[in-house]
Design a protein around this ligand. Structure first.
Ligand code: DAH
Length: 339
């Protein structure tokens, strides 16, 4: 019996096939239910007791070898088939979905580009600031409400360390370091101690602008803002300046643009006024120039500051500021292809 097994084993080891059909024939011949290997199991009954262990082991080894051999032959044909046409190497790849730019980044880039065309460069300052750059250098009196804990995030250990509440702080830093002419914008993230709602968030983004040189006038400010508004909202956009107050500008104004949704006729976005408020601006207060080391007798300047969330909401008709920070792909994918 052992000889018979050995003989079959040699035979199986030497097997070869030139087609898939031949492999199938071999499978039937050796390992199907009625195959030669299976017959050995039937003959096993007649093996004398003392040989049973050795013969049983040999049959099992043979069976495994036979299975492996047939599988090996089968696979060799399957692989060959794939190489010959099963895999089309010229087929286009599965497209991979790319990420999209965040709507706030899209609008920030657009604003930066508009001002770049007017010769404004970009500068940035720290988000963790000190009282001087956020308040004192900008002419805020010591008791100004913006300094209150209700509005500003302070660090408990050190009252001089705070999260900036506006990007106007970068104005102070730039003026301290550079003499005019200065023509730059400062995009960045700001923080206010506010309850989160559809209209307000404790973290948001602003872009600040600053222009300081000899003979800079309010007319320059107005023309710059008109150009900016028409580039951003369309060529038929009108602007309107309303007198306002900021500690760091004198005179100060708030600027409205004609509502781009109803064209100024009145709709629920502009609350039927035809106008949308988008920024604060003014002539840099001479005190601020002097505090930052710029001679206010020689130089004048203008400044402005706007919230990127608000402008993005107006531009795209977004109703809730929280969408910007939730990273819901269903929201973000709507900006696919926009740069
Ligand atoms: N910093 C102001 C704010 O956060 C915005 C602002 C108003 C900036 C007038 C200016 C400006 O530069 O001139 O509300």
């Amino acid at each position: 019996m052992l000889d018979k097994i050995k003989q079959l084993q040699d035979e199986i080891e030497a097997l070869g096939a030139s087609t898939k059909e031949e492999v199938e024939e071999l499978r039937i011949k050796y390992i199907s239910k009625k195959g030669l290997v299976s017959q050995l199991f039937a003959d096993f009954k007649n093996v004398p007791g003392e040989q049973k262990k050795a013969v049983g082991q040999a049959i099992n080894v043979l069976k495994n070898k036979a299975l492996d051999k047939i599988n090996e032959l089968k696979e060799s044909f399957e692989n060959a088939e794939q190489g010959a046409g099963g895999t089309d190497l010229s087929r286009p790849g599965e497209p991979m979905r790319l990420g999209t730019r965040h709507p706030l980044a899209i609008v920030r880039n657009e604003i930066v580009e508009i001002f770049a065309r007017l010769g404004f460069t970009v500068a940035e300052g720290p988000e963790i600031e000190d009282d001087w750059h956020v308040f004192s250098a900008l002419n805020f009196p010591p008791e100004h409400p913006a300094r209150d804990m209700q509005d500003t995030f302070f660090i408990q250990r050190d009252p001089d360390v705070l999260l900036r509440t506006h990007t106007s702080s970068v104005q102070a830093r730039v003026m301290e370091k550079t003499q005019p002419p200065i023509r730059a914008i400062f995009p960045g993230r700001v923080f206010r101690n506010e309850a989160i709602s559809a209209r307000a968030h404790c973290i948001f983004h602003q872009i600040e602008g600053l222009y300081v040189d000899e003979n800079v006038s309010f007319a320059d400010l107005k023309q710059t803002l008109l150009y900016f508004s028409r580039e951003l909202f369309g060529e038929n956009t009108e602007i309107r300046l309303r007198p306002s107050y900021f500690p760091f500008t004198e005179p100060s104004a708030e600027m409205d643009v004609s509502c781009s949704i109803c064209g100024g006729k009145g709709c629920n976005v502009c609350k039927y006024t035809g106008w949308l408020e988008i920024l604060g601006c003014g002539m840099v207060d001479p005190n601020v120039l002097d505090l930052c080391g710029i001679d206010s007798k020689k130089y004048t300047g203008f400044a402005f500051g706007m919230g990127i969330e608000r402008i993005t909401m107006l531009k795209y008709g977004i109703k809730d500021i929280r969408h910007f920070f939730e990273n819901d792909v269903r929201f973000l994918r709507q900006f696919e292809g926009t740069y």
